[in-house]
Design a protein. Structure first.
Ligand code: ADP
Ligand code: MG
Length: 674
């Protein structure tokens, strides 16, 4: 398998330079990668159904004999229609194909075939349009469906896979040690690969899949646990005491029970003598910032330095404003990419001398020039935007500092286990008192003017409003754009109102000015792209209006909605969409029905599937090829237990029986082979 991994895909029969590029595009530049390029779905041809019993409009297989030579008719537009009559012995059916001159040559009178497609029925007869087919005497029971790219058909991939198997040695090295395979009833690698690509039956496919899912999750868990492995080494940054009570006294409000609990758990970690690795998960508005500030306070009081890293400059600035207001006496700086090199150097110097105690910023904190005297605590906000490796980079700026990550994406608990397998978890499951439910309405575009009348009233009453558009500038599609919208709002919809514009292409200074104007009330309406999604906190804003609401996932809509309802005034959210499809309607309805982030996350998972829910970029973990976070939870638990057991006796995976696993972990996490 090793050497195969390096073998270029061009070495396969039938794959030239051009086709190789297409394979590379699909993520299979080598023979080894091709074997791990799994079909995305399968068609079950193994149980052909009698024509009369075939379900309508659902793909199924039919076995039938061709009754007569296919007929050929010229129709409008130079098209040719081929009709094929078949029978299963009891009933007949008509198949139609367009523009395929090979049909009469391939479907021969009197021969039996399997056909796969959707059966349709009208009053008189049943028919299929352009079903796939193969000869009944040698038809595979299960057909793989591969992800495709233009120029590369399923058949081409199948044939490349077939040729790849021809190169495989019979005795393949198996990364999963035999005792584990035995214990969990897992088949061998070669068998699994063969049957994932060319299953002999649906049962064999199940057996193959089980093994490959297990392997993938085992490798993932091994990688995550090894990252966490550092938590077994003693920390030189032990917090000597718990100063949180002192901190709570500084707060302008009474902390919630959940905030107290989270602080206690995290402080406990920091006092334990081992480095902390904790995730704080809390719905928008649950008060994560106050928890972060508590920990920064405790760290700084014990003579450590702390760093708080946010995904956007806007958010970093806001945290800086909040924390430096709250933690008076703590020497705090803001560090972002837009500072001049000289300023950055000055900050780095005072971090190295220990003069600065707390640094708040963007990923600029990760830059090479930045070093600390005694970095003891690293907090990353909205963690799903940072990758595992960035977190590691930040940790390396200190001597195994305590790490806290905060996420506003409420993830069902079981999923959190998968995504954050390397972290301990605190959940902020209680909202600060006095929060009001944000009433949400989903409307079509023809109600826009009514919405603006409502917004006008709010503005007249001194409130503020967000409007979200998906685009910055006018584009070829008819989606709302910030710039165009701003013109119309100024001219037609809200003449005389103070309107600001915010989007990702603006210079940091401009963005900052707009943000400050909005949070200090000099702007009443902020027309923006989703850059406001993360963390903006302007309690006086009471309306969130989202154009082209169909463009966003539920969790994202929930994040956006979380920008309002932060003060004592009643807030509303207006979702504008003209999309009629069922999926969108269901999504927007969910938004109107609930404000509970966890329920929304679960619903999102159901409606969009886990792949979408955690798009690769969002959580920064390696992409899973076969495991599915909704159906494979039990396997995940097994894999986690096995991974723990393996690492307990062989922390570096140095044993010969673990060499294959070690290679896969490196491949998955570092994109390296060793
Ligand atoms: P998030 O969890 O979304 O990051 P924030 O930390 O921004 O939430 O807090 C949202 C708002 O709630 C802020 O204005 C904050 O000052 C306020 N807040 C936080 N904790 C409490 C509390 N215990 N009581 C009252 N208000 C609170
Ligand atoms: Mg926040």
């Amino acid at each position: 398998m090793r050497s195969l991994f390096y073998k270029k895909i061009q070495e396969l029969k039938g794959v030239g330079e051009k086709r190789a590029r297409l394979f590379a595009k699909l993520g299979a530049p080598t023979v080894g990668a091709l074997l791990r390029f799994y079909p995305r779905a399968y068609e079950d041809w193994s149980n052909p159904i009698p024509i009369q019993q075939a379900p309508l409009d659902v793909p199924c297989a039919i076995r039938g004999t061709v009754l007569e030579r296919p007929s050929e008719t010229r129709i409008r537009g130079g098209m040719t229609l081929y009709k094929v009559k078949i029978t299963d012995g009891d009933s007949d059916m008509e198949l139609t194909y367009f523009n395929n001159p090979y049909i009469p040559l391939m479907l021969k009178e009197g021969e039996e075939y399997l056909f796969y497609g959707k059966v349709k029925a009208n009053f008189l007869k049943r028919e299929m349009s352009a079903p796939q087919f193969c000869s009944a005497s040698d038809c595979p029971a299960v057909h793989p469906i591969y992800p495709l790219t233009k120029g590369l058909s399923g058949r081409m991939i199948e044939s490349a896979v077939k040729n790849a198997f021809a190169l495989l040695p019979d005795a393949m090295q198996d990364p999963i040690p035999e005792d584990i395979r035995m214990q969990y009833g897992l088949c061998q690698l070669r068998y699994a690969l063969e049957n994932i690509h060319r299953p002999r039956s649906m049962e064999d496919l199940g057996i193959a899949r089980k093994r490959l899912v297990f392997e993938e999750l085992l490798v993932l868990q091994l990688g995550l646990l090894r990252l966490k492995g550092r938590s077994r080494t003693e920390s030189r940054l032990r917090l000597p005491r718990d100063d949180s009570a002192e901190y709570f006294a500084l707060l302008p409000f009474e902390p919630t029970g959940a905030q107290r609990r989270a602080v206690k758990e995290a402080v406990g970690d920091m006092m334990s003598g081992y480095p902390m690795n904790r995730l704080i998960q809390g719905d928008v508005g649950s008060g994560k910032t106050a928890v972060a500030a508590a920990l920064c306070y405790c760290a700084v009081r014990s003579g450590m330095q702390a760093a708080l890293m946010a995904p956007t400059e806007i958010l970093a600035r806001q945290h800086f404003a909040t924390l430096s207001g709250l933690l008076k006496g703590v020497r705090t700086v803001l560090l972002t990419g837009s500072l001049t090199a000289a300023k950055k150097r000055a900050i780095s110097e005072s971090l190295q001398s220990g003069e600065i105690q707390l640094v708040i910023g963007t990923h600029a904190i990760l830059s090479e020039g930045i070093a600390f005297q005694r970095l003891g605590l690293v907090i990353t906000d909205e963690q799903h935007r940072f990758g595992v490796s960035q977190r590691a980079a930040l940790a390396s700026k200190g001597d195994d500092p305590h790490m806290l990550v905060m996420s506003a994406t409420p993830i069902p608990r079981t999923l959190a286990l998968m995504i954050y397998g390397d972290l301990d978890l605190s959940v902020l499951d209680e909202m600060p008192p006095g929060r009001q439910k944000v009433d949400t309405y989903a409307v079509t575009g023809d109600k826009r003017l009514r919405a603006f009348r409502f917004i006008k009233k709010q503005i007249d009453a001194g409130r503020q409003c967000y409007i979200i558009c998906p685009m910055i500038e006018e584009g070829p599609n008819d989606m709302a754009s910030v710039n165009e919208y701003a013109v119309k709002t100024r001219k037609e919809w809200l003449p005389g109102c103070k309107i600001g514009v915010l989007h990702g292409k603006m210079k940091p200074k401009e963005k900052e000015a707009v943000m400050t104007d909005f949070s200090e009330g000099r702007i009443s309406v902020l027309i923006s792209t989703t850059v406001v999604e993360v963390g903006m906190d302007v309690p006086n804003a009471t309306v969130m209006m989202i154009e082209n609401a169909e463009r966003y996932g539920l969790s994202q809509l929930h994040q956006l909605r979380g920008r309002v309802g932060r003060g004592t005034d009643k807030s509303i959210c207006i979702l504008i969409s003209d999309a009629q499809n069922e999926d969108t309607v269901a999504r927007l309805k969910t938004m109107c029905q609930t404000n509970d982030g966890f329920r929304i996350a679960e619903q999102d998972l159901k409606l969009r599937g886990p792949g979408d829910f955690f798009g690769h970029r969002q959580h920064g973990l390696p992409e899973l090829k076969i495991a599915d976070m909704t159906q494979d939870m039990n396997v995940l638990k097994q894999a986690q237990a096995v991974a723990r057991e393996i690492l307990r006796t062989d922390a570096d995976l140095k044993a010969p029986s673990h060499r294959g696993l070690r290679a896969e972990v490196r491949q998955l996490f570092e994109n390296k082979t060793d």
